[in-house]
Design a binder for this molecule. Structure first.
Ligand SMILES: *Cc1c(COP(=O)(O)O)cnc(C)c1O
Length: 362
């Protein structure tokens, strides 16, 4: 598809951009441009533009404001040490975006067009990709229903958009192990629900539980399954891995209620290549507590694009608290974080096809 290019006439000067990028808080500093593509029933995907980042004008009856037909993605772009800019596995995000669209009765953006849109914003805002250690350009592709209609049905108009934020290392001053709160009262996703779709509604539903975690002095909330309230699922926006004293690992299985993280998938592949016995199997909160207390469980980490890999040091719940691995970041967690960030930053070679070089000339 051809994109119309309408460069921002009020783009920041080099000095202004440098100031904005000096110490960006996650998700608060944005680049000069955005990419938009429209969809409607008659024309399909059309009107692809690379243009100045600006507010949308929405009718108060726009469907997204009422029925939350909205999905999103998150991925990062990096400077390569030898020059150029790369994205980490954008084809995986493109595929997941299509799956999310299907679940939410939204039009499916072709995967090539998703990747092309990410390349377009990187090309025009290439000067916004941080060069400092730990820095990257976080891309946020998203799509929302924009039909002016209060009837409950899949909308007939949608807007796809990509915006971008320069970000520093997620954890300022190095990664400390996080503490997590086991939610008794809330579930993130249920069987047949939208847990595997990356939709805004899942996050809306998780916020009260996350707020409770903060009130309990924890960094994050961990959700158990909705049916039995027994099986460990994931955090509000990160997947979980367990590392045992015999070197084996466990991560909860995908099955509709867990978001299929690309970091999760990448970690599974990396440890399999290292010969680790990794199982995708249900793991209960009771096993977790018993294994932590017996010392069988050595490490737990959470993973996702934004924070990459974060050690879990402590678990708090109404049934008592427990620590993992002396609340220190374990060796496997450190090794995997270094390996994965090394691959993402093009410092070490990873599996074939994980790094997507952006064509900066076209
Ligand atoms: C995005 C997300 C993740 C992590 O996925 P990545 O592709 O690794 O960034 C995990 N859980 C939830 C609920 C998410 O929305």
């Amino acid at each position: 598809m051809q994109f119309d290019h309408l460069p921002n006439q009020a783009a920041l000067s080099d000095a202004e951009r440098a100031a904005a990028m000096a110490n960006p808080a996650f998700g608060r500093v944005f680049t000069d441009h955005m990419v938009t593509i429209r969809w409607n029933e008659n024309k399909g995907w059309h009107d692809a533009q690379v243009r100045a980042r600006e507010p949308f004008t929405l009718d108060p009856a726009s469907a997204v404001l009422h029925y939350a037909q909205e999905i999103f993605e998150g991925l990062k772009a990096y400077h390569a040490p030898g020059g150029g800019i790369t994205m980490f596995r954008p084809e995986e995000n493109a595929r997941r975006f299509k799956e999310s669209a299907k679940r939410m009765a939204m039009p499916e953006l072709p995967e090539e067009l998703f990747v092309q849109a990410c390349e377009e914003i990187i090309r025009i805002d290439r000067n916004w990709v941080p060069t400092g250690e730990g820095g990257s350009l976080y891309l946020r592709p998203f799509m929302f229903a924009n039909e002016t209609f209060l009837g409950v049905k899949p909308a007939s108009d949608f807007i796809f958009c990509v915006i971008a934020c320069p970000v520093g290392a997620y954890f300022k001053g190095g990664a400390k192990p996080v503490s997590i709160w086991v939610s008794d009262d809330y579930s993130r996703a249920g069987p047949g629900g939208t847990g595997a779709a990356k939709c805004g509604g899942n996050y809306a539903a998780s916020l009260v539980a996350q707020a409770e975690a903060i009130k309990q002095g924890c960094d994050q909330v961990v959700f158990l399954d909705a049916a039995e309230h027994k099986w460990v699922e994931e955090l509000g926006g990160m997947n979980l891995f367990f590392v045992f004293d015999d070197g084996s690992m466990v991560t909860p299985p995908l099955g509709g209620t867990i978001l299929p993280g690309i970091t999760r998938k990448s970690v599974i592949q990396l440890v399999q290549e290292q010969g680790v016995d990794i199982q995708e199997r249900p793991y209960s909160i009771d096993e977790w507590r018993a294994d932590a207390q017996s010392g069988k469980l050595r490490e737990v980490f959470a993973c996702g694009t934004a924070a990459v890999i974060a050690a879990v040091g402590e678990v708090k719940s109404t049934k008592g608290d427990f620590a993992i691995g002396g609340s220190q970041t374990g060796a496997m967690t450190i090794q995997l974080r270094e390996k994965l960030t090394g691959i993402q930053r093009n410092e070490i070679e990873g599996p074939e096809g994980w790094v997507h070089k952006v064509n900066l000339d076209s």
